[in-house]
Design a binder for this molecule. Sequence first.
Ligand code: PMP
Length: 408
Amino acid sequence: ASAFDTIAMAPTDPLFGLMAAYRADTFDKKVDLGIGAYRDDNAKPWVLPVVKKAEEIIRNDPAKNHEYLPIAGLASLTSAAAKLVFGNDSPAINEKRVVSYQTISGTGAVHLGALFLSKFYPRPANQSVYLSKPTWANHHQIFQNVGLPIAEYPYFAKDTCGLDWEGLTASLQTAEPGSIILLHACAHNPTGVDPTQDQWKAIAEIMKARNLFPFFDTAYQGFASGDLAKDAWAIQYFIEQGFELCVAQSFAKNFGLYGQRAGCFHFVAAPGSHAEDLAKRVGSQLAILTRSEISNPPIYGAKIASTVLNDEQLFEEWKQDLCTMSGRIIAMREALRDKLVELGTPGNWDHITSQIGMFSFTGLSEPQVLKIREEFHIYMTKNGRISMAGLNTHNVEYVATAIDKVVR
Ligand code: PMP
């Protein structure tokens, strides 16, 4: 007998299961619109040219070694990462109100923040963490695993394939004061729907009035619009408004460093005379949490991102690469929408171009998703989300034609 005789079989991760099904498919025109990883126009993974240059620099560094990083990670990365997300002349950074820890990519950053909040954030009324409905599925698992109760705020309006503004604001208006609100900084996953700047202002106002705690997840800065400042606007606005907040930052998408697991967690104290001291004390606790889970974060991806972020010339080249990726995705949005319009496909397809970032919520139903997989070998998640990066000039017509056939 085993101590685990009663253990239940857990379901396989739906996204990684979808990938396996795609790989096993032998049809020559199969299309992968599942996983959120950038692909070039030939459906191949793309190593950013600037990343190749950084790797060359790292390879040729005579002082190169494989020592442990400090517990907080590579300081040249975490400081540049903070500047990237908060802005070069951020008062929060200048006033030393920011504490930054390198993490296992964005997932590790969300987890470190969740763990920190579960241990140190006071929730006398058993306040919940509010996640958008829908959200990146892993948010549910991460917050559940640290024992925080989860609530949801409405986000996506099925009738318009846009933001459910009434539902969202009503939910924030009635959330228990002190609740934690998880916000996607830009390029919301899975919907591709972001609030406008005016809507962000209104969200901040409600959250301030109701004493709600913002936790930003930023996994697509620069990748979404091609403009680093624009994609960080919401976070910087909240900091301007004096919030105390957390940020989970990933370099997976914007550097194409998926498997290298480079990311950062930032805690920002509200302005005030004790802010610097508070940030130090928070940092001391983050050190213990990090030490007990990973001891020290991985070095290679961190060095690549740091090399680029700290070199003016490479930074400019990186911005070009971001435009290459975001530009190709925006072009594919237009191509798909135009083709559907040309085919006279029933329904309105403007949301394909108004949504932003890696994903689009097409509005296809689960039966339609299964049909398009069976008949056309086009793979997407059951909720009708497509990864725009899976589209290219060679397959976009095929995909549009297939969508046309399954919705008729
Ligand atoms: N948050 C969101 C919203 C995401 O979409 C992702 C990537 N799928 C992540 C966090 C983290 O990904 P990673 O751990 O690869 O950085």
